[in-house]
Design a protein around this ligand. Structure first.
Ligand SMILES: [Zn+2]
Ligand SMILES: [Zn+2]
Length: 281
């Protein structure tokens, strides 16, 4: 992004950066959508959190809003570049200055910091006086698809990316750490909005798993907005009692559906095999 801003006119840099951000979104959400909603739709039906599929209009709406978000993210990138030129950030160029250990640690630190930043920002966006002007657009998706990953109002997009300027002002961060963090965040958002559950039965009660959020967790938030505000981890929702009261129950319900489909598939497979054996005899 820095290259695009440095080597093109003032309006070309942000536009090209926006296109790069949007392409990254297309290459992450696109394959997930094609696999789950087009090519293997019937194979993974038992993993679907809500039985029905959203219509074309909703899907195009998610893509449209995400395109605007990509442009907002690019403009914020220009702002961060300006801050850096003014000497206000701690972005460093040489990995050797702090070493690989620090670089990887800074990615983990960014993820933890973002989780807390997101929880409180998300709760603020659900305040009745703020919600209609900022967060309503994201909640137009009651049955989200991977395309909803960046489907925000422009003001929400500014708040969402706000963690980046905050972090680069506070801590030394290498551009590669920012790229790894942004890729992780986008992947997690695509998974959370995929509409499908992949974690196994018992995960949300497991001593480790219970601290991590699941696609069911965020899907329930899109169905009933008063609960489940967390992003990556379940710390804040557990601590402040904001998990959906039926979260674990709904999660297990989907897992039972998945297990039943696997059982039926195995049974059908064994029945075919025995029939083939009988016909050979
Ligand atoms: Zn969402
Ligand atoms: Zn929300």
């Amino acid at each position: 992004m820095t290259y695009l801003i440095e080597h093109y006119d003032w309006w070309q840099g942000p536009l090209l950066s926006g296109i790069v951000v949007f392409l990254r979104y297309l290459l992450t959400a696109g394959p997930a959508f094609l696999i789950l909603y087009v090519w293997y739709r019937s194979r993974f039906l038992s993993h679907k959190i809500q039985a029905r599929f959203p219509g074309r209009k909703k899907i195009w709406m998610e893509i449209r809003h995400s395109a605007v978000t990509a442009l907002v993210f690019a403009l914020m990138g220009v702002g961060i570049y300006g801050l850096r030129q003014a000497g206000w950030t701690q972005i460093y160029e040489e990995i050797g200055d702090f070493g690989w250990g620090y670089l990887l640690g800074s990615v983990a630190g960014l993820i933890l910091l973002h989780d807390t930043y997101f929880y409180w920002m998300h709760r603020l966006m659900h305040h009745p006086r703020v919600f209609p002007f900022v967060h309503r657009v994201h909640h137009l998706s009651h049955n989200p698809t991977p395309w909803a990953a960046l489907s925000f109002h422009p003001l929400e997009a500014v708040l969402e990316i706000g963690i980046v300027p905050l972090a680069v002002i506070l801590f030394p961060i290498h551009p590669l750490a920012l790229l790894l963090f942004a890729s992780w965040s986008l992947l997690w958002n695509v998974l959370g909005h995929s509409g499908y559950e992949w974690f196994p039965s018992g995960f949300v009660r497991h001593p480790f798993g219970r601290w991590l959020n699941t696609p069911t967790h965020h899907n329930l938030h899109h169905q009933q907005a008063g609960y489940n505000f967390g992003l990556y981890f379940n710390f804040w929702d557990r601590l402040l009692g904001t998990n959906h009261p039926q979260y674990e129950e709904r999660f297990e319900e989907i897992c039972r559906k998945k297990n039943q489909q696997d059982f039926d598939k195995n049974l059908a497979h064994h029945t075919t095999q025995s029939q083939n054996r009988c016909s050979l005899l």
